[in-house]
Write a protein that binds this ligand. Structure first.
Ligand code: ZN
Length: 315
């Protein structure tokens, strides 16, 4: 099975150690277009390069970057970082909105939106030949608003046309993972191709198991965002789920944003989230998990093999 990275066509078996959810950069795309003087593209590139090279030192060969419309996706930036570091980067298509869509997509139907996602996957993103290889939708505390539902259904339909898997941003406190699953099910999606992101933001194992009951993958993917949930609690939850036998359906990642304009200037990010980085998992989390009895096989399953399962390849 083949997969498109931002620089080449890869065999799914060559992805190696994979971070499933990290961002090279996220920012307000409308502000970036209208007030570009507020940003420094060269600095963003350098900071991302440092983080990706750090991850590479820990053996990371592939990074999935689910930055899509709404977070100012820039596949040329991803391409440059990948070429410079030698780490594979996999780009996504979809829309990141918690509430409304821009008028161009309000004025057109679900299938029109799905068609644009399919174009990103089959032709290329932003008038390049760089192809997206997974789909992304978001449902936060606002729940499934009419426009969010439109995105979820369009993502489902683009998945059915192309076969590429789906990743979501969900909000466990309001159990939106289950609302996403309900819509994907209605659209006829094979739920084993769905990854419900951010499940690790809760230690409510009962909720996580209700999500897992549908056969989906889950993202324990925000290590370092300790203000949302501490590493200790994230780890306790992961260990409990591993003990229940869910290792083949979990991903560990950090949802790290090399730069994000939620925190500008950049040093503010460290003030709020001192642990957060693209290497925190390797420096702190995995050693703690090993101390708690997690085996090398289980780590290999979560960091290397599950990505192949998510794409439907045999492991
Ligand atoms: Zn993210």
């Amino acid at each position: 099975m083949k997969i498109n990275s931002v620089t080449e066509v890869l065999d799914i078996n060559s992805l190696g150690t994979t971070l499933i959810h990290e961002h090279m950069r996220t920012r307000s795309e409308a502000v970036a277009v209208q007030f570009p003087h507020l940003y420094n593209d060269e600095e963003d590139f350098e900071l991302a390069k440092i983080q990706v090279l750090g991850a590479k030192k820990h053996g990371v060969q592939t990074i999935f970057d689910p930055t899509v419309m709404g977070l100012d996706r820039d596949v040329r930036l991803m391409e440059r970082i990948s070429k410079e570091t030698g780490v594979h980067i996999i780009a996504a298509t979809g829309v990141y909105t918690f509430n409304v869509l821009p008028s161009r997509f309000v004025a057109n139907d679900i299938d029109f939106l799905a068609e644009q996602f399919v174009r990103d996957i089959e032709v290329g993103v932003q008038n390049t030949s760089i192809k997206a290889s997974f789909l992304k939708a978001a449902t936060d505390a606002q729940g499934v608003t009419p426009d969010v539902e439109k995105v979820l259904r369009a993502v489902a339909r683009a998945h059915l046309q192309t076969g590429v898997p789906i990743m979501t941003h969900s909000h466990p406190a309001t159990e939106t993972g289950l609302s996403q699953i309900a819509i994907f099910k209605e659209e006829g999606v094979d739920l084993t191709k769905v990854l419900i992101g951010h499940c690790g933001d809760t230690d409510n194992v009962d909720y996580i198991e209700r999500v897992l009951d549908y056969g989906v993958f889950i993202g324990m993917d925000r290590y370092g965002l300790s203000k949302v949930l501490s590493t200790e609690k994230r780890n306790e939850t992961v260990v409990q789920l591993l003990n229940k036998g869910y290792e083949t359906r979990m991903f560990l990642s950090q949802d790290y944003c090399c730069t994000t304009d939620i925190y500008r200037p950049n040093h503010k990010k460290k003030d709020v989230h001192p642990d957060w980085s693209m290497t925190y998992l390797f420096e702190t989390v995995l050693p703690l998990l090993r101390e708690n009895g997690v085996t090398e096989d289980q780590i290999q399953t979560m960091m290397v093999d599950n990505v192949k399962r998510w794409f439907g390849a045999t492991v």
